[in-house]
Design a protein around this ligand. Structure first.
Ligand SMILES: Cc1cc2nc3c(=O)[nH]c(=O)nc-3n(C[C@H](O)[C@H](O)[C@H](O)COP(=O)(O)OP(=O)(O)OC[C@H]3O[C@@H](n4cnc5c(N)ncnc54)[C@H](O)[C@@H]3O)c2cc1C
Length: 389
């Protein structure tokens, strides 16, 4: 049974990628930190499980590209510190209607940032990217520095480094209540803990945990069907054969992104997902059985990736927590400045883990953050966030 005797500098709630990197950043700064997780680790019920995530600079907005510049450096630093490999460069092939806003702005942003790129014409496409078809009218550009992050390994590495630095990680400790104050009290079924500040990084459960602080955010939790597609000829889409990650901004099948990663984690299987899903309750995720996204993907695979079987061989589950504008929430609580919130990572937050961790650490220490956080402020939601329940 825990007691309230120890005073922590910070308690981080939720040991997904964002909470684990926040705790690690705090411990690196010599802060006495407690990281609490509701489930036994590792688990596959949140948003950070699985073996792979895309890392890229291909974004419409300059602020993400600037954050990624620093973030690549932090990923490298962690790899060196821990002596593990967390990233494999494959490049990211960005495709989309040449004149569409998303495709052209992302290409512009990439070029403006000086990121190494290769533009591929319609005529040259099949010699650069065999086994894939580019739709008429679509443009193609490769973000050369992009690649695959080994997600499960990265999460474990951040947690291990945190513990090596003296941090305390307790799993199977579901936070049931937060009592704000100059010293914040966090209560779980096992006891209560006190800290000068608290960081809430609980993914799809954000509004449940925020309820005890009197805040609700306009977040929507959706279930993602994570689909793996079988190669007709083994090796055609393998990472060793230089097949890249890809992102189609919009296509014949849907206006929403479709993205894929080369076959690697499961031999002979390529991960291709739709960047949207159907609303779900995080505690009852698998009750959401809508597969319209899988139908969209089947049609896309038949049309553009003809070397794959058009039915998924494996379908796993994951969740996105969406904000209305799909930008993150990185901010202090409007009423309690020592409660910091990292939420709404909208299906693209993993690659930012190290920099998000650093920024949430800075906010929890009352420091001026190293990046301009105005795109991520709670006040942008105006009437959409309710501060009194
Ligand atoms: C299929 C899929 C593909 C993706 N692909 C990419 C990609 O290619 N590139 C990319 O950058 N991003 C990608 N993402 C997004 C990225 O994985 C997420 O943005 C990120 O994992 C969110 O992390 P998190 O820490 O906010 O949430 P989570 O990982 O869900 O962590 C929150 C943690 O808080 C815990 N928790 C909740 N409530 C409590 C409580 N009361 N007490 C204690 N603990 C609690 C949960 O159990 C959980 O462990 C993808 C996501 C999915 C689902």
């Amino acid at each position: 049974m825990s007691t309230a005797q120890d005073l922590y500098d910070c308690i981080v709630i939720g040991a997904g990628v964002q909470g684990s990197f926040t705790a690690y950043s705090l411990a690196k700064r010599g802060k006495k930190t407690l990281l609490l997780e509701q489930f036994i680790l590792p688990h596959s019920r949140g948003s950070s499980h699985g073996q792979s995530r895309i890392i890229r600079k291909a974004y419409e907005e300059d602020f993400y590209v600037h954050m990624m510049d620093e973030c690549y450096r932090l990923w490298k630093e962690l790899e060196q510190e821990a002596g593990v490999s967390l990233y494999r460069q494959t490049g990211l092939l960005l495709m989309g209607p040449e004149n569409s806003a998303y495709f052209s702005q992302t290409r512009e942003t990439l070029l403006r940032s000086g990121t190494p790129t290769v533009s591929i014409s319609q005529e040259d496409f099949s010699s650069h990217i065999p086994h894939m078809l580019l739709a008429p009218g679509d443009g193609a550009i490769v973000d050369v520095t992009a690649g695959v992050l080994f997600a499960d390994r990265a999460l474990k590495t951040a947690q291990d480094q945190f513990k090596k630095l003296g941090g305390v990680l307790r799993d199977q400790e579901k936070v049931e209540d937060i009592t704000p104050g100059s010293v914040v009290t966090v209560t779980t079924a096992s006891g209560s803990y006190r800290a000068r500040s608290v960081v809430i990084t609980v993914g799809a459960w954000a509004n449940r945990v925020l309820a005890s602080t009197g805040l609700q955010l306009p977040l929507e939790v959706i279930k993602i069907n994570v689909c793996y597609w079988k190669e007709k000829t083994p090796g055609s889409y393998h990472v060793r054969n230089r097949f890249p990650c890809f992102l189609l901004t919009e296509g014949e099948e849907a206006q929403e992104h479709i993205y894929g990663l080369p076959s690697n984690e499961y031999p002979g299987l390529v991960k291709i997902c739709f960047h949207n899903g159907s609303p779900t309750d995080p505690d009852q995720r698998d009750r959401q059985t809508d597969r319209s996204d899988v139908d969209i993907l089947s049609r896309f695979v038949s049309r553009c990736v003809p070397g794959l079987e058009p039915e998924p061989a494996i379908v796993e589950s994951c969740m996105y927590t969406m904000t209305p504008d799909r930008h993150f929430v990185l901010d202090v609580h409007p009423q309690h400045r020592n409660i910091v919130i990292g939420a709404g990572f909208s299906g693209h937050g993993f690659k930012f883990g190290p920099i998000v961790g650093q920024l949430l650490c800075e906010l929890s220490l009352g420091e001026v953050p190293t990046f301009d956080l105005s795109p991520f402020r709670i006040r942008r939601f105006q009437g959409q966030s309710r501060s009194a329940l």
